[in-house]
Design a protein around this ligand. Structure first.
Ligand code: HPA
Ligand code: ZN
Length: 337
């Protein structure tokens, strides 16, 4: 796009990338081999025949839940601390090339723990990748632990207790809590107690809502004390709630190409970027699961520009809101502004 160089050079903050969503089909097969992890039976699941067939399948997700099956299957090849470090480091290098100066990334400890990987292995592995990015790339990072709504609350409680016992928030190892996975079905307030306990400790909170769920999922998350909303595109269906989100300065972390690929919207034009700008709703633009979507953050910036033709001034508003909405101190914000 004509603004490609400008968008590349714009100092970006990423707030919505799942580290497990950075596992490419190539790395999936490599790690499966290296770790002796059995692949899904290609008879039953022909997508897993080769890198090429898996890549092709990733272009044809039919819904969020269809994607999640592949996303959780992908994770099974992550076994050792080094695997988690390698995955994070690979992402940060790419983000750095895309002009990202600060990255807040999600990870799903419950899912790894459920298949026998200790909490410490997961967090130590990912946080080593974060520290390397800070040291070698000058990229600041934040790890956000995501609860997954397809598992019972008791599973979330277990990782929360480990996180508290390890004092990982106080130590600046894990900086916030979120929740993700399937949206429609589980109770909207399933993390009420956990979010209340975390809020009491001053832990920043976010939630994946309004990706496929109606605005009542968004208001339920606000009621649980989130400062941020991941996706939240369905906010446009409730103008009153949209005014409240604008007034309270809640940041939406939009993932436009993910929304198209998972068929949450029919096309990029339906990601309500302009409606949010006009309503004064703050948002950042992010990649979500770049290795599954086949697009990283700069691809998302460029695709939004192609579809919505924003002005340089509008891009500056987006970039500035991304810095101000980051979970970093004022001195780092000042460096990024
Ligand atoms: N939505 C819900 N759960 C997820 C997503 C998402 O976009 N990516 C990874 N887990
Ligand atoms: Zn997400």
């Amino acid at each position: 796009s004509p603004l490609h160089d400008f968008l590349q050079g714009l100092p970006k903050c990423e707030h919505h990338a799942h580290l497990e969503g950075c596992l490419s089909p190539e790395l999936f097969f490599q790690l499966a081999e290296r770790n002796g992890v059995p692949l899904p039976d290609p008879e039953a699941n022909p997508a897993y025949a080769s890198v090429a067939t898996l890549k092709e399948r990733y272009k044809n997700f039919t819904s969020l839940d269809d994607f999640l099956v592949f996303f959780f299957q992908g994770m099974t090849v992550l076994q050792h601390e080094q695997d988690f470090t390698d995955l994070a480091w690979t992402y940060f290098q790419r983000a750095h090339r895309d002009g990202v100066h600060h990255a807040e990334v999600f990870f799903d400890p419950e899912v790894h723990r459920e298949r026998g990987i200790p909490y410490e292995t997961i967090v130590d592995g990912f946080s080593k990748g974060c520290r390397r990015a800070e040291r070698e790339l000058g990229l600041t990072t934040r790890l956000i632990m995501c609860f997954v709504r397809h598992l019972p609350v008791s599973s979330a409680e277990k990782v929360y207790d480990e996180f508290i016992s390890a004092r990982h928030f106080e130590a600046g190892v894990v900086h916030g809590l979120g929740c993700s996975s399937t949206e429609i079905g589980p109770p909207k307030d399933m993390y009420r107690e956990l979010y209340a306990a975390a809020a009491e400790r001053g832990i920043p909170l976010t939630a994946h809502v309004g990706e496929v769920g109606d605005p009542t999922y968004i208001s339920a998350a606000l009621e649980l004390g989130v400062q941020r909303i991941d996706h939240g595109i369905r906010l446009v269906d409730d103008p009153e709630l949209m005014r409240r989100v604008a007034r309270e300065g809640i940041l939406l972390t939009l993932c436009p190409l993910s929304n198209v690929l998972l068929r949450c919207v029919p096309s990029l034009e339906h990601v309500p970027v302009r409606r949010f700008l006009e309503a004064g709703v703050k948002f950042s633009i992010n990649s979500d699961d770049p290795a599954y979507v086949g697009a990283y953050i700069l691809d998302n910036y460029c695709a939004v520009q192609e579809a919505h033709r924003l002005s340089v001034a509008e891009w500056c508003v987006i970039a500035e809101n991304s810095v101000r909405g980051s979970w970093i101190g004022d001195s780092r914000k000042a460096e990024l502004l």
